[in-house]
Write a protein that binds this ligand. Structure first.
Ligand SMILES: Cc1cc2c(cc1C)N(C[C@H](O)[C@H](O)[C@H](O)COP(=O)(O)OP(=O)(O)OC[C@H]1O[C@@H](n3cnc4c(N)ncnc43)[C@H](O)[C@@H]1O)c1[nH]c(=O)[nH]c(=O)c1N2
Ligand SMILES: CC(C)CC(=O)C(=O)O
Ligand SMILES: [Mn+2]
Length: 471
């Protein structure tokens, strides 16, 4: 989803460079065609398309290593590309260069059911993995709304609706195979290591989780799997206002209920969901709950939560007990972006993503709602409130600069409020292009300097995904 296209070309991508790339990955795996470059010059964010000079498709870690070494030798920018579902412009070739698409590496290398872990190559997506795991009684629960590559999810430290119970990518990656800018291949926990915990040296795994392609190319991930719960129940309920919905969330978590999912949708999002996904929910601030566990335990959990909902003026639960009802409900939640865009035909998404300590959540949500109303813009609010993380999905026409400015101002103020309330400017989508100015406010000048030192040590020529995370 992009504005008009800009072209930043790197003079170092010469015809002989292109031939050298073809010699590594094969001619059929190299393209300089405009359509292919355009397609690889954007993700699902509002940032303008910025196409690379050349796109190469890797089929092995050796391809990745040799291409990196070649780019490093010539000083050509190298942008890793997973599934292109990012939301912060992470794949845009802001300085031109070579886009390295790793989606062809689609092998699920191992599943160790007795140890609850698996290893996948860079092109394996989360749906592909869960389909493969279907008969094992295991699943991988991190669920961004898109069918993203799992290594791309490592690169952005992705999350989703199940994070309340199962954590984010940070908590579910055991080891990474990474190709560095100079072509060296490392295993961040040691080759073949797949322990639930380790205290052996620096945590290199989590150095690369969330690095957004700026430190190296992730070619393999060893991931933690979970057992499929014995019983699953979903339920929705609505509230008189945003405050009571979010207060309920805080109380449920403070009661220690082991919720699997708690998603907040304001009345604008519910209206969008009803229209786009053919639901018939009351148009009011709502919570979508999901409970996982043994049958017996679920009865008590749902009873306590229903009481807390009622105490805050919420409605009776609307249950979704059978798998089709549940899938319909959560599919609607995962497709909310497109539902919100349908509120304004022809619009494109401008999405935000802030996270605060759970006790500060009511304040940032209510203040955001006020800003949206005062700005007179459409701003459906949705989020993983169980983690203190939520989004606004602004439907915008990229040529409507007046509205775009209002949207950007509200989005920027949301981040500043989150930072003021001990939070972060990005819970799960990353810094990419649009939040570089916020990172220094969040982490501090000294913290950013250490990040920059790490970047300069691992990528001294600055070829790895330039213009992302740092200016
Ligand atoms: C409808 C919808 C809904 C959601 C989301 C998107 C969309 C379109 N997302 C965002 C997105 O799915 C998430 O950021 C993924 O982690 C992106 O994975 P891709 O493979 O698409 O990476 P993509 O190809 O977009 O690249 C993203 C970044 O990672 C880098 N990268 C990709 N592959 C790499 C590799 N192998 N090695 C090194 N760097 C690599 C890229 O260079 C770029 O900087 C999301 N996210 C979320 O956290 N929670 C959510 O709920 C959702 N929901
Ligand atoms: C902001 C959205 C597009 C994606 C997301 O993070 C979500 O739906 O939770
Ligand atoms: Mn999200």
């Amino acid at each position: 989803m992009t504005c008009q296209s800009k072209v930043a070309v790197s003079p170092k991508v010469t015809s002989s460079f292109v031939q050298d790339v073809q010699a590594i990955v094969g001619k059929s795996n190299v393209s300089t065609a405009d359509a292919v470059r355009q397609q690889h010059g954007h993700d699902e964010s509002y940032h303008s398309t910025e196409p690379p000079d050349i796109v190469a498709f890797a089929e092995s870690v050796d391809h990745v290593s040799q291409v990196a070494r070649l780019c490093n030798y010539h000083g050509v920018p190298l942008i890793p590309f997973g599934s292109g579902t990012g939301l912060e412009g992470g794949v845009n070739a802001v300085q031109g260069g070579l886009c390295l698409d790793v989606s062809k590496m689609k092998n699920i290398l191992s599943v160790n059911a007795e140890d609850f872990d698996c290893s996948v190559e860079s092109g394996v997506t989360r749906v592909q993995l869960n389909n493969y795991l279907r008969d094992t009684g295991l699943w991988f629960p991190i669920d961004p709304g898109a069918d993203a590559s799992l290594c791309g999810m490592c690169a952005t430290s992705a999350s989703g609706t199940n994070a309340v119970r199962y954590g984010t990518m940070r908590e579910n990656v055991m080891n990474l195979e990474v190709v560095l800018a100079d072509g060296r291949v490392i295993n961040t926990a040691g080759a073949g290591r797949r322990t639930k915990k380790t205290s052996a040296g620096y945590n290199l795994t989590n150095l690369f989780v969330g690095s957004e392609g700026t430190l190296g190319i992730i070619t393999k991930a060893t991931l933690r799997l979970q057992g499929i719960p014995e019983a699953t129940i979903s339920a929705t309920c609505h509230f008189p206002d945003v405050q009571s919905a979010v207060d309920t969330t805080v109380q449920v978590l403070q009661c220690g209920i082991p919720m699997a999912r708690i998603e907040f949708l304001d009345e604008v999002s519910i209206d969008a969901c009803n229209k786009f996904s053919h639901l018939d929910l009351k148009v009011a601030p709502s919570l979508f709950f999901e409970f996982h566990g043994a049958e017996a335990g679920l009865e008590n959990q749902t009873k306590v939560v229903a009481e807390l909902v009622k105490m805050n003026g919420g409605s009776e639960f609307r249950w979704a007990t059978d798998v089709d009802e549940r899938n319909h409900l959560w599919k609607a939640r995962h497709e909310i972006l497109w539902a919100c865009m349908a509120l304004k035909p022809g619009s494109k998404p401008y999405s935000t993503d802030v996270c605060v300590p759970i006790s500060n959540l009511p304040q940032v949500v209510v203040r955001t709602k006020q800003m949206i109303t005062e700005a007179g813009i459409i701003g459906p609010m949705v989020g993983h409130v169980g983690d203190g993380n939520f989004h606004v999905f602004f439907p915008v026409h990229y040529d409507d600069h007046v509205t775009l400015k209002k949207v950007h101002d509200v989005s920027h103020k949301m981040s500043l409020i989150a930072l003021e309330l001990n939070g972060t400017c990005t819970g799960e989508h990353g810094i990419g292009i649009g939040k570089r100015d916020l990172l220094v406010q969040e982490i501090g000048a000294e913290g950013l300097a250490v990040m920059r030192q790490l970047k300069d040590t691992l990528d001294p020529k600055g070829i790895m995904n330039p213009g992302k995370v740092f200016f």
